[in-house]
Design a protein around this ligand. Sequence first.
Ligand code: NAD
Ligand code: TDX
Length: 342
Amino acid sequence: MQRILVTGGAGFIGSNFVHYVIAHTDFAVTVLDKLTYAGNLASLAGLSAERFTFVEGDICDAALVDSLVAGVDAVVHYAAESHNDNSLSDPTPFLHTNITGTFTLLEAVRRHGTRFHHISTDEVYGDLALDDPERFTENTPYNPSSPYSSTKAGSDLLVRAWVRSFGVYATISNCSNNYGPYQHVEKFIPRQITNILDGIRPRLYGAGQNVRDWIHADDHSSAVLTILEKGTAGETYLIGADGERNNKDVIERILAGMGLPADAYDHVSDRPGHDLRYAIDSTKLRSELGWSPSYPDFAAGLAGTIDWYRTNEAWWRPQKAATEAKYLDQGEALRTSGGVHS
Ligand code: NAD
Ligand code: TDX
């Protein structure tokens, strides 16, 4: 494999993957990205033109997609509308990009016989009870909760159908919550870090008991590269690093890491339909493909992420005010003992 097309490579996980691939392989990388509010060319700064090409465009543009797929050995598909809260206020772009965009790519790889890897999420499985000893596996039934996760589930099912009906050579990975550099400040961890840097108290949805299974973005990248190189056609692999923590614990760690008291945060109105707990069993990926995470220590990874946002204000500052305005517009309200106010 020499040439790969990475969709959504100007987003959080896609840009981390591009840096990882450039550093760890000799592949030439083309990124196709629409540069929505979530895409940022600054995340790809400094890459040499010898091995890196950027194309601005929509994965739903069939002619553009066809011409790009014709020139590569493999496609790694990250592009998506990715934020649950946005999908609750306007699901429309989620249907467009996550469903029609994936369909457009599948038709192109079918025509050209090109290897395809589809990036998905553990949210397609719905949620687990807080006290459930089980974790998600490749055999857990799909049960998505939000417009975001239902469009990701739909895109996974399209990939499976194109494998079975048309013999497309595709693999799928479903990963848990990522953290690390280049994550948009709408997401939980960077939102709280940059709030603190701005003198705003962090904001916890509801009681903060919801559990997410955190993995460093570099570990997601190494897992995807492993699947791309060693995965079996038609197979699904779950990616996770045993990083279960509840949101209250994460916010308290961020506050401690930034020298503030553990209770210096506010509770705000809860997300409608808020999934309780995600947890990944990644035994298949570890035992069949020999993958293991390089960032097993969440505290160390989080400290590095805090440092990154401290030293890269120029990267996140242009997104910050509009993001907080969007949360207000979506009806986020502080919850105090006396009631609810914004
Ligand atoms: P992101 O929102 O940071 O980035 C998405 C990128 O896709 C942006 O650069 C955006 O410009 C681009 N894009 C959006 N619509 C497009 C279109 N129509 N055509 C071309 N480009 C388009 O998202 P992320 O957090 O990096 O997530 C990347 C992928 O990983 C998604 O498929 C997501 O479902 C999946 N995933 C994310 C997480 C997580 O914790 N963030 C966990 C598991 C899986
Ligand atoms: O301000 C906040 N306060 C808060 O308590 C925000 C933005 C979030 N939360 C909570 C909601 C979730 O329980 O933190 C948790 C994480 O929230 P997000 O960062 O929005 O992530 P989540 O909804 O879990 O989804 C993420 O992981 C799975 C990604 O955004 C998805 O793209 C991925 O599929």
